[in-house]
Design a binder for this molecule. Structure first.
Ligand SMILES: *Cc1c(COP(=O)(O)O)cnc(C)c1O
Length: 427
């Protein structure tokens, strides 16, 4: 769809400017924001205050699993809000119990705790690991270089990237980082204090790098041998994004011993609520019981409203076979991106990921980006935005695609065309 839009009328430009001014005056400047003021969304499309439409292949950073303004999500919100929005975790209610059962059914024997974000889900895993190791004085958690686990104090300590830690020292104690997908490095790093290993199923912020099948199976054996908990951060890569509920289920498909693989804990968030803020962690039996009554909690975790939305999303994914869609449309995007890499080898140096968690890496020598103090990934995202396409930067050189699970093949091709338009101008 080609759109030549006239310059917006002065009154609309004024609206864009005045909204940005409200941010500059009143919002903590912790985010580097793009110059885009959004008004509404429809499916895979976002519309800004000037009425300009953008194909959104970023999905609000892997959150909008059914796209924007999905009518099923609206009806789940409306229906549940007329019954019960919140009642606290002092009581029982059907939506939380049913959602926990649905998550357990998709993972394996264990139990679920509900919270409100990815960082908070990971916090629960750290606490479970500490409780588990406490009788023996073990507390240390090994994580990977280039990992991302959230922005709380423990989250930045767990994250294997210097930039999130800088200026917030001293770090929460008990985290060390080793190279990802390197089993020997992990084995060498284990100390008498080590209690758990935490990895992302696919590194998201670190540039879209999937854990290999050998790494997953090797970590499982290592954890069994050394009595460590194997924890998987599935906040970005989970929830059918790879074509299976959990990325490790996809990675281990057809691999001998793969179907029996289970970690000991999994954190979830992002796509779980499709935009309604929700997080959760699953702990394998019997480790769930280390968090007994009074050991952990949060006021808003697993509200009837949030759980009703998450249940509806799972229902829609199953009914519309969006797991299959993530697989086939993901493969289409992957193949098309590889085609772009072949046509523009100087601009795209690699294509990574699986299903609808994909990334492509920019070449190191793009003349148009020379001399700018901004990261090439940011400059590219800006150019794509001007072409009506939203992607997400990942580090300094990778661009991520994390679209809704119901993205159509036609929308995927539209996205590829818009990327090619920008590449052709850069070439
Ligand atoms: C986004 C993300 C988090 C943090 O989730 P928040 O909801 O922002 O706290 C943690 N881990 C991974 C892998 C993520 O992608």
């Amino acid at each position: 769809m080609k759109e030549i839009l006239p310059t917006p009328p002065a009154i609309v430009r004024q609206e864009q400017k005045s909204i940005q001014e409200l941010f500059q005056k009143n919002v903590v400047p912790s985010y580097g924001r793009f110059d885009l003021v959004l008004d509404r969304g429809e499916g895979s499309w976002l519309i800004d205050v000037n009425g300009r439409r953008y194909l959104d292949l970023g999905g609000g950073i892997a959150v909008c699993s059914l796209g924007h303004a999905n009518p099923e999500i609206t009806s789940a919100l409306v229906e549940q809000s007329t019954r019960l929005v919140h009642c606290s975790n002092l009581y029982y209610h059907a939506p939380q119990g049913r959602l926990a059962a649905e998550l357990v059914r998709r993972i394996g024997p264990g139990k679920v705790f509900f919270c409100n974000s990815g960082a908070e889900a990971n916090e629960g895993l750290y606490k479970a690991a500490r409780r588990f190791g406490n009788p023996e004085g073990r507390y240390e958690i090994l994580t990977a270089n280039n990992s991302f686990h959230g922005r709380t104090l423990a989250g930045i300590a767990a994250t294997g990237q210097e930039k999130v830690k800088r200026g917030f020292e001293p770090m929460v104690t008990g985290f060390r980082h080793v190279p990802y997908n390197d089993l020997q490095a992990m084995r060498n790093a284990i100390s008498p204090a080590t209690v758990a290993i935490l990895i992302e199923g696919v590194q998201g912020e670190g540039g879209i790098t999937p854990a290999s099948a050998e790494y997953l199976l090797g970590l499982r054996a290592l954890c069994d041998e050394r009595k460590l908990l194997l924890l998987v951060d599935a906040v970005q890569c989970g929830h059918y994004r790879t074509g299976r509920f959990q990325s490790f289920q996809r990675t281990l498909e057809g691999v001998p011993g793969g179907e029996a693989f289970l970690p000991d804990g999994i954190s979830m968030a992002k796509s779980l609520g499709g935009g309604f803020p929700m997080g959760a962690f699953w702990l394998r039996t019997p480790f769930a019981d280390v968090l007994g009554p009074g050991t952990h909690g949060t006021t808003f975790g697993g509200t009837p409203l949030g759980c009703a939305v998450a249940l509806r999303i799972l229902e829609v994914i199953q009914r519309e076979r969006l797991d299959e869609n993530a697989r086939t449309v993901g493969q289409l995007l992957h193949d098309q991106l590889c085609g772009l890499q072949a046509r523009y080898p100087g601009l795209i140096s690699s294509v990574r990921g699986v299903g609808l968690i994909l990334g492509f890496e920019l070449g190191r020598e793009i003349p148009a980006f020379k001399g700018s103090d901004k990261a090439p990934s940011l400059l590219m995202v800006q150019r794509l935005q001007e072409a009506g396409l939203i992607l997400i930067p990942s580090g300094t050189h990778v661009l991520r695609l994390l679209p809704p699970l119901n993205l159509t093949p036609a929308e995927a091709m539209e996205g590829i065309q818009r990327i090619e338009t920008v590449l052709a101008k850069l070439a």
